[in-house]
Design a protein around this ligand. Sequence first.
Ligand code: HEM
Ligand code: HEM
Length: 406
Amino acid sequence: MFKHSSSRYTAVAIALHWAIAALIIFMIWLGWNMDENETRYQLHKSIGITILLLTVARVLWRMLNPPPALLAEMKPLEKIASHYVHLGLYALMILMPLFGWILVSISKFQVPTVLFGAVSWPNLPFLSGLRGNELAHVIIETLHSKGAWVIIALLALHVAGALKHEFSSEEGVLKRMIPGLFGKTQPPAAPARGFFIAFGGAALLFALIAAGPVLAQSSTPDKAAPPPLEQETAVATSETAPEPNWTVDYSKSEIRFSGMHDGNTFSGTFKDWTADVAFFPDAVETSDVRVKIQTGTATTGKKLYNDSLRAPEWFDVSHHPVATVRLTDFAKAETGYTATASMRLKNDTVTTPLTFTLDIKGDVATLNGEARFDRKALKIGQISDPNAEWVSDDVTVTVTGEATRK
Ligand code: HEM
Ligand code: HEM
């Protein structure tokens, strides 16, 4: 009997089908196996958003390159079933990432999303009013977790249909999605087109979303601008400071913070800060140092930490770009000196002892100091981690550097 072969999907459609299928199956496993594991959460979000991007490209590609017609010999009911299973799978490829994206956008835990550790991904802006809303969270969480089961059910029908039509039909369908399997299929009827439209369009859409917050900030400079100076520097200017008599060499100086996160030490520095240093070795008690730190310049070497630190529950950089530290009550100690550090961060002022050594050679002084701050007292990270299960309460701040006498 004459056995004619059906035409197959385009190479791009085939590649997208199998890439997305593998990623989705991995994602369901990952979703079930990521409790208490922040690295896996970030991977889940990264791959989920990638699936959304690939699906946008896939849908655009399909519009430009219609798939081969369903097998002629399929019964009308089978055609309808096949059509709706495909439609359902497409819907879930879009809805599952969207539910996930909504979920993190409204979660009371304001953990940023950094795709593959490299690209900051924004939360959905129009949902910020629902953040922390328990009911909305439960509904979306249920849709997201039940959605995985709907995928599994549709996948079972999908695979059963594909296998049935592969082995019981004259033409077979699997070989349309896996070229070269059990015989030959015709290449697609028309040459493929629209590669740049499909992938460029999807990539552009995602680039715009990722760039959104940056563009929005630069178009509303008022929001990003520091609040009036008096407010932020209230502590630093509450009394007239003695005239600074040392010049800090910023290229040789550093303010470093370090703590523990999930069992590992993390550490970072503020890239931009200034200090007015009035220090009198012969009358230390009259010394007074005022430091202004640009909180938005905290850099840790890990994008997820950097983004977290800028978020509202941590430094809240867009509302409080500057933190101030004032050092007073200087006294000589057995080795070195002690002072009291009053740090004003956001709207709170916290005091803690600072110990330091100073090595003065001629007009150049080399400083080595350390202070410990309590995250709880500073009210930072108190929504996502109030009990310090992830990030230690204790944050050690070390200051090292050089200054020259004026
Ligand atoms: C989560 C995993 C999967 C998803 C989301 C998925 C989704 C889809 C979708 C939406 C289509 C329709 C393509 C179109 O016409 O635009 C399709 C076609 C197809 N899929 Fe899957 N699929 C998955 C896994 C599988 C697996 C494991 C097999 C292997 C048995 C398979 C075999 C096929 C075949 C043979 C076709 C072509 C059907 C035809 O020519 O009518 N798929 N798939
Ligand atoms: C095709 C894409 C996706 C699939 C198949 C998928 C699947 C899953 C599954 C199976 C779970 C476990 C649910 C449960 O505990 O029963 C889960 C949880 C979760 N997913 Fe996804 N996901 C996808 C995309 C995303 C995206 C894009 C995000 C965020 C941007 C996301 C965020 C989450 C979160 C936050 C949870 C934990 C929910 C909870 O608190 O229980 N997912 N996902």
